[in-house]
Design a protein around this ligand. Structure first.
Ligand code: ZN
Length: 189
């Protein structure tokens, strides 16, 4: 897997060098450096995402038949299967596939019963935003009006944030409230 990522990184880097060389030969065009920066940013994000997805999906393949319930240490969940989901990160969309479990005791108590241990490890239970992107959006939101903050994050990271789930996640990073966070942690597939 590391070799595959390294091959991809080499190909992406060669393509970037050709792109930069092409941009520089364009006579007197405004915004050349910004175009170069954007191309380099996209290249770095592609390589970074490939490395992250490779490692996380390797971790997602480790699916024991049972796993401890994150809501109650005395509970045990049964493996339902591997389920895919997409997380928005500082680098772009990250597609992962991980074990999804069902806790009968939580469902008896009126909860959804579903959980994914890898989501808990990554800090993305109940949120489609990575903690890093949520924190960046929260910091921007604290310094400027909400809509402007989203535009700012979009310009810097090239990622968009929206939706009520995202907003909850962003709030969780503005005022960390462990009790609220736990209450929010209904596990979504
Ligand atoms: Zn449980």
């Amino acid at each position: 897997m590391a070799d595959r990522v390294a091959d991809l990184a080499a190909a992406e880097t060669r393509a970037l060098v050709r792109t930069v060389a092409g941009l520089l030969t364009t006579d007197g065009q405004a915004g050349v450096l910004e175009a170069i920066e954007r191309a380099a940013q996209a290249c770095a994000a592609t390589i970074g995402l490939a490395a992250i997805a490779g490692v996380i999906n390797w971790a997602g393949e480790q699916v024991p038949a049972r796993a401890g319930c994150p809501r109650e240490p005395t509970h045990t969940g049964r493996l339902v299967g591997r389920r895919p989901r997409t997380i928005r990160t500082l680098l772009g969309l990250l597609g992962i596939s991980r074990g999804y479990y069902h806790c009968g005791s939580c469902q008896h108590a009126g909860g959804s019963g579903g959980f994914a241990p890898l989501d808990v490890v990554l800090g993305v239970t109940g949120s489609s935003l990575s903690p890093g992107l949520a924190r960046a959006a929260a910091l921007a939101g604290a310094e400027m009006p909400y809509a402007k903050g989203f535009t700012f994050i979009g310009t810097v990271t090239r990622q968009l944030v929206f939706g009520t789930q995202d907003t909850r996640s962003i709030h969780a990073h503005v005022v960390p409230d462990p009790a609220e966070y736990r209450g929010d942690a209904h596990c979504h597939p």
